[in-house]
Design a binder for this molecule. Structure first.
Ligand code: A3P
Length: 293
């Protein structure tokens, strides 16, 4: 992969974006989904890799062993809108997936998801994470990811997060957008990062039931162990250590994996202001989050 410069943020279809996710826009919007495709949709840093790996193990954990040893998770579950120089685009990777189902990742807000996913009635697994921890995780990610705009210091970043000036736009609209869509679309399984931390096994079971999988209990337990934070952090196929764009000297990709790390970042004043702003932004939704478990 060629070395790249930190990109500028710009407004695109009403949300903040960088060109790596818009350069291939026509092909993204014209993507031909198949009825059995499964779309993993998240706001960045909500647990995308975690749920992608769970899905991969549920469907393909017992098939080709080299898939588990040689193929990083971002090749197994392509990032649809990604178009980085010198690498195959997400659309090319998704088109070339030999598996059934195809597992495909997106961070696009619900209104920008290519229409064929809805036309084909594809199943969508959405993961949401409470705003405070999501912001903290995104801050550290932007520090270490040269494909993202400069985050600035924590206070600067937090302000940008509140203003929706992050790649993929406002967290508030993202989580609420899929939540509203779910009210009329039974193909969306809405998960919470906090529930996954609290009881991963239960969430794997719920996922199986949504997907109509009759994975035996022992197999589910094995998967639950395999997707533990420590296991994924050690596993080079899931810890992103093979991506040159990420500077692990600044921060690891598998950073903490906790609920409540926001308490180590927010000052009392930041927390008070954030909560006031949050109440305003979320006053019209029934969606509820836990910021501790
Ligand atoms: P932190 O930065 O808080 O540690 P994404 O995959 O959407 O980019 O999300 C990354 C976040 O999910 C990171 O959060 C990462 O540590 C956390 N994560 C990934 N796998 C996890 C696991 N198995 N258990 C707990 N957290 C996990």
């Amino acid at each position: 992969m060629k070395s790249i410069n930190r990109p500028e943020l710009f407004d695109f279809e009403g949300i903040s974006m960088v060109h790596y996710f818009t350069d291939n826009w026509e092909n993204i919007q014209n993507f031909k989904a198949r009825p059995d495709d499964i779309l993993v949709a998240t706001y960045p840093k909500a647990g995308t890799t975690w749920v992608s790996y769970i899905l991969d193990l549920l469907y393909f954990g017992n098939t080709a062993p080299e898939r588990q040893t040689d193929l990083p998770i971002f090749m197994r579950v392509p990032f649809l809108e990604a178009a980085f120089p010198g690498l195959p685009s997400g659309v090319e990777l998704a088109d070339a997936l030999p598996t059934t189902p195809r597992l495909i990742k997106t961070h696009l807000p619900v209104q920008l998801v290519p229409k064929s996913f809805w036309e084909q009635n594809c199943r969508v697994v959405y993961v949401a994470r409470n705003a405070k921890d999501n912001a903290v995780s995104y801050f550290h990610f932007d520090r270490m990811n040269m494909g993202e705009p400069e985050p600035g210091d924590w206070n600067t970043f937090l302000q940008k997060f509140k203003d929706g000036k992050n790649v993929f736009g406002p967290w508030y609209d993202h989580v609420c957008g899929y939540w509203e869509k779910k009210q009329t679309c039974s193909n969306i399984h809405y998960m919470f990062f906090e529930d996954m931390v609290e009881n991963t096994g239960r969430e794997v079971e719920r996922l199986c039931s949504f997907l109509g999988l009759s994975t035996p209990t022992e197999e589910r337990e094995r998967i639950t162990k395999g997707v533990h934070f420590d296991a994924m952090k050690q596993n080079n196929m899931t810890n992103y250590s093979t991506v040159p764009l990420l500077d692990f000297k600044i921060s690891p990709f598998m950073r903490k994996g906790k609920v409540g790390d926001w308490k180590n970042h927010f000052t009392a004043a930041q927390n008070e202001q954030f909560e006031e702003h949050y109440r305003q932004k979320m006053k019209n939704t029934t969606l509820q989050f836990r910021t501790e478990i």
